[in-house]
Design a protein around this ligand. Structure first.
Ligand SMILES: [Zn+2]
Length: 494
């Protein structure tokens, strides 16, 4: 059956509303080669200075320091130097923390950031659903299009208090795609794991381009100020052979790169492939491995993960939306699996609101038992902060407010309409907060959002760029007139 792109476009236009500027729709489409220059932060990244947040309700997420009402956090040259009450910090800039919650920046652990430039393109039927749609669109993305997705994703992340992401990059059609995405990370200054993945060009019996992973480690990582670390995003044993996994794991471990893969996304995958058992047998589980979803795996599998300290990343919105199932969070926690939270893809789930993700996770947990007390808010907060840092291997520098760690912190306003009256801080964050309540965002000591405004990002340009990308990409797909049957026969992009 041929794919009727005209219908799709008309339907999408109705649905998209303001997402695609109407002025762009009727205009001549710029070819990729003449696409606008890369959006860079408007005024470059701010310097790391010395400042003290004074008088905030500090949720340190550190078991010894706990929660400090009317607390201070002193930051110097990118590091936290003190956390407490009435700190002496002569000469430091003062940031008024009154009527604010101060907490570590939020951390997510699995996000296909390139797809943010195709926000909400997953449709409502089998032909236009997430998997066919992401394959069709991804195939015509240029390196610059990928980078635009990463840039608007990073801007949205920082705006919403997410200071660390795992860019699970699985549309790398050549080395230049990795370069473009890494340049975006460099320009925006957020903390990230860059998980170098496969693409639709990677054959079923091929490894992801391991030589290029080594090149990125050599050429890029030293230039990224310790903010970006390297990982690999493998197809894993449920979408490739265990021999290929062995080769990928071996190279990643040689490079000190973290390893991540999707797992247990359907009952069929579990029954036929039993990926966790295969990894366990081959000795491939461990504390440098981060599995994603696992919604259909068994309690025995969760025991295997717990025993090997293998991490899990859960994205409740996409797991629900795409039919992977209701995230079995309570069984995972009961087994002792280290769990963190993630966005997955705005192509499917629409945004990267980590507050909403936390709230969804808590409510799923309570609903599963069912009990109002099954999954407490402070446990969910750990998943989105310190446990996220552990999953990405950066708990020595991020995930809690503690002297010696790098300064990744956010301030949330408690006098906004949806945050008043301020009662229990952790409940305020998980149940009430939204990205609009994020007043201030600091990453590695740089103040990237202040008084509710991004300080170094030209958001207008980012929006224009992704509008141009999607207009051109959809036009290109229509030109190629690709059928969904063609698409189904391609390799899975997951
Ligand atoms: Zn994913």
């Amino acid at each position: 059956m041929r794919f009727d792109f005209t219908k799709l476009t008309r339907r999408r236009l109705l649905l998209a509303g303001t997402a695609i500027g109407s002025s762009l729709l009727g205009s001549d489409l710029a070819p990729a080669a003449t696409a606008p220059a890369a959006a860079r932060p408007a005024r470059g990244l701010p310097r790391r200075g010395e400042f003290v947040v004074r008088g905030a309700y500090v949720l340190t997420m550190d078991p010894e320091l706990g929660e400090i009402p009317n607390g201070d956090v002193h930051v110097k040259n990118g590091a936290i130097v003190a956390v407490g009450r009435a700190l002496a910090a002569p000469g430091a800039q003062v940031i008024d923390g009154k009527a604010m919650i101060c907490m570590p920046g939020l951390i997510e652990t699995h996000w296909h950031m390139w797809g943010t430039a195709a926000r909400n393109m997953a449709g409502d039927d089998e032909k236009t659903g997430y998997f066919p749609e992401s394959r069709v669109l991804g195939a015509v993305f240029t390196a610059e299009d990928n980078a635009r997705g990463v840039r608007i994703g990073l801007a949205e992340a920082i705006n919403g208090g997410l200071t660390t992401v795992n860019n699970w990059s699985h549309n790398l059609l050549g080395p230049e795609y990795a370069d473009a995405e890494l340049q975006a990370h460099k320009d925006f200054g957020g903390r990230a794991l860059f998980s170098y993945g496969y693409s639709r060009k990677t054959g079923q019996n091929q490894t992801l381009p391991l030589d290029d992973v080594a090149r990125v480690q050599r050429e890029w990582i030293p230039r990224l100020e310790g903010l970006v670390t390297l990982g690999i995003a493998s197809r894993g044993p449920e979408n490739n052979t265990i021999d290929i996994c062995q080769k990928e794991w071996e190279t990643a471990r040689k490079l000190g790169a973290r390893i991540t893969t999707h797992m247990g996304t359907s009952e069929k995958a579990f029954q036929e492939k039993h990926g966790i058992q295969a990894l366990d047998k081959a000795g491939l589980l461990g504390s440098d491995v981060l599995l994603v979803h696992d919604t259909n795996d068994s309690d025995e599998d969760f025991d295997r993960l717990a025993k090997t300290n293998t991490f899990l990343s859960l994205s409740p919105f996409t797991e629900l939306r795409t039919g992977f199932g209701i995230t079995p969070i309570l069984r995972m926690l009961a087994a002792g699996v280290p769990v963190s939270l993630s966005v997955d893809t705005a192509l499917l789930c629409g945004n990267c609101d980590m507050f909403a993700i936390m709230k969804a996770m808590q409510n799923i947990g309570d609903g599963l038992r069912p009990s109002e007390f099954a999954l407490p808010v402070r446990r969910v907060l750990e998943m989105a902060t310190i446990d996220g840092a552990r999953a990405l291997g950066i708990a020595d520098r991020a995930g809690s407010l503690k002297p010696g760690k790098r300064a990744d912190l956010i301030l949330l306003r408690t006098r906004d309409l949806n945050m008043a009256p301020m009662t229990d801080a952790a409940h305020m964050v998980v149940q009430s907060a939204q990205p609009a309540n994020v007043d201030t965002v600091v990453i590695d000591g740089r103040i990237l959002k202040r008084h509710g405004k991004l300080s170094a990002i030209d958001t207008e340009k980012l929006v224009n760029d992704v509008n141009e990308t999607m207009t051109r990409v959809r036009s290109e797909v229509a030109r190629q007139n690709r059928s969904s049957a063609d698409v189904q026969n391609q390799l899975p992009n997951r």
